[in-house]
Design a protein around this ligand. Structure first.
Ligand code: ADP
Ligand code: MG
Length: 550
């Protein structure tokens, strides 16, 4: 008995319409969702030419019966919903019955499938159904995507970018379903194998061993909402939101209010424009959300978004508190200057805008909390953040050196080559940006599968571990969309200054402190370090006098 039925017209008209398959990765997303809806426990993705030649998805799910093979290709035909009523409580990933027909219209599509209790059958663009030999499950083969629509193919980005979108879709699904095994091949080469596991292991498999060290579990449950997953310790941050994964009822959604809620929960524990790692699943009664608002189902709306946000924030804040990661505690444990400086600035700058007085020649200088340098100016009391001020000085110096060196060689040969093992998406960014990397001063080339041999690094960053240097540069090349090499170099100089500067917690001698102070006269450091944190604050004498009611 066939199960896939064409939806009634009134229901079709209620379904969010729009282009679904704009790029190969979106075809993959739909195929993965279908395999999950079919309760597969193992999904194999096999690409030819990074997906542009072929995308094959093999699952061991329920399969499609012979009578339904042709129906699966008819627009608006689905086995997942039947009536308008069903639209308000969708518990499957698919429901529009559009994916396979849309994919078939832009590619050569073949479906092979076998149910538990029958033989296998296949259908392809000839629409003829013939028998096929396969195990229980479904193989969907998408060949030459967009070859029928050359205009569309022309609008695709480079192969590397399309491939990274494919990886992103795979990672999204694999992070949402750690209990399912995933394998990825490209041109028959095994790229990934994610064994069925718990979420923590899956995060390690996808994001890296480093990440796993910094994970804090979160959990919340009430009658309607369940929140689970991991957030990172504030020590692990990224420059883009790309590692904030929010899954609602199994699908990754892009929702700025939720992302902001997550970063806001960290309060001052994060610097400006940095984001934590978060892999958070929110399960919510299907009738409290609407998944039918976006053609690719990447956005959803909530009946009561504020309620979800409140619960999410509370859960994250409680977790951070549980690990003693409140702002007050982190200051005590590892005095980080940022937030103190920020608060002080808010209190004090209001009372004194404008120039900071000159440091008195005879002034004494003391270090407090191994963090602040305090001295006397003509107008009052000057407090410096030892890390931020040193960072600003180094940044200035590096910039000068860079300007001077720019005309000469920007690259420094390493004493001996270093081999870096890159992750698949890093390798693809690498291959696409060889020119930019060379301009920056890297000399590196692919040496073996996923191995890159680094022989030279930018002269500004010789002190940084070459592998870290390369992978962080790749991350930045991808996330910041930097087109200008000078901008990129500036970002590298800022990074380098931060790494090399005196840290909070380090004891300084009077001589060292005086030297730092002497730069205030020599160069204009501005008020903030390259990351935008204040470096110096002056409490005017009048201000302090007022506080003492003098
Ligand atoms: P939807 O997922 O919205 O129902 P699709 O066009 O993606 O629409 O798929 C149409 C139908 O084909 C599905 O409803 C399902 O019955 C069947 N189908 C598609 N892929 C699979 C698969 N991998 N395993 C089993 N059934 C599938
Ligand atoms: Mg589907």
């Amino acid at each position: 008995m066939s199960k896939i039925k064409k939806l009634p017209e009134d229901l079709i008209s209620k379904i969010a319409a729009g282009e679904v398959i704009e790029r190969p990765a979106y075809a993959l997303k739909e195929l993965l969702e279908n395999a999950i809806d079919a309760h597969a426990s193992r999904i194999i993705v096999s690409l030819k030419d990074h997906g542009l030649g072929e995308i094959k998805v093999i699952d061991n799910g329920e399969g499609i019966e012979k009578e339904d093979l042709a129906n699966a290709l008819i627009p608006h035909s689905t086995s997942k919903i039947e009536s308008l009523e069903d639209l308000s409580h969708i518990d499957s990933l698919g429901f529009r019955g559009e994916a396979l027909s849309s994919i078939a219209s832009v590619s050569e599509l073949e479906i092979r499938s076998r149910k538990d209790d029958s033989k296998g059958f296949m259908i392809n663009s000839t629409k003829k159904i013939t028998s096929a030999a396969l195990d229980k499950g479904t193989h969907i083969i998408v060949k030459n995507i967009f070859s029928k629509t050359p205009a569309r193919r022309k609008f695709l980005s480079t192969v590397g970018t399309e491939y990274r979108h494919i990886l992103t879709q795979l990672y999204n699904t694999a992070l949402s379903y750690p209990q399912i095994e995933f394998q990825l091949f490209n041109n028959e080469k095994l790229i990934h194998i994610f064994k069925p596991s718990d979420l923590e292991t899956r995060i390690r498999d996808i994001i890296g061993t480093d990440a796993k060290r910094f994970l804090l579990p979160i959990a919340y449950k009430d009658g309607y909402t369940q929140i689970s997953g991991f957030i990172s310790h504030p020590q692990l941050t990224y420059k883009s939101k790309s590692k904030v994964y929010v899954f609602i009822n199994g699908r990754r959604v892009l929702n700025n209010s939720l992302t902001s809620a997550i970063t806001e929960s960290y309060k001052n524990l994060l610097m400006n424009h940095t984001y934590p790692l978060a892999v958070i699943s929110i399960n919510i009664a299907p009738d409290l959300i609407d998944v039918n608002v976006h053609p690719r189902k990447e956005l959803i709306t909530f009946i009561d978004e504020r309620d979800v946000i409140e619960k999410l924030k509370e859960t994250i804040q409680e977790t951070l508190e549980l690990h003693n990661l409140t702002f007050a505690n982190t200051v005590k444990q590892h005095p980080t200057s940022s937030a103190i400086a920020k608060n002080l600035r808010e209190d004090v700058m209001a009372t004194k805008e404008g120039r900071i007085g000159k440091v008195k020649r005879s002034a004494d200088v003391i270090q407090l909390h191994n963090l602040f340098i305090v001295t006397e100016t003509e107008n009052g009391i000057l407090i410096l953040d030892q890390h931020a001020v040193h960072e600003a000085i180094l940044y200035y110096k590096y910039k000068q050196a860079y300007k001077a060196q720019k005309e000469k060689a920007l690259s420094v040969q390493l004493p001996k080559p270093v081999m870096a093992t890159l992750k698949p998406h890093e390798l693809s960014i690498f291959e696409e940006n060889i020119k930019a990397l060379t301009k920056l001063g890297f000399a590196a080339k692919v040496f073996g599968p996923e191995i890159v041999k680094i022989t030279a690094v930018p002269f500004v960053s010789t002190e940084v571990d070459p592998i870290k240097n390369l992978t962080e540069t790749l991350e930045r090349l991808e996330s910041d969309n930097i087109s200008d090499i000078d901008d990129h170099t500036n970002a590298m100089l800022a990074y380098l200054s931060c790494k090399s500067a005196i840290k909070s917690g380090e004891h300084l001698t009077k001589k060292q402190m005086k030297e730092l102070i002497s730069y205030l006269d020599k160069i204009d450091l501005g008020y903030t370090c390259p990351h935008g944190r204040p470096i110096k604050i002056e409490l005017t004498k009048t201000y302090v006098e007022n506080m003492f009611k003098r």
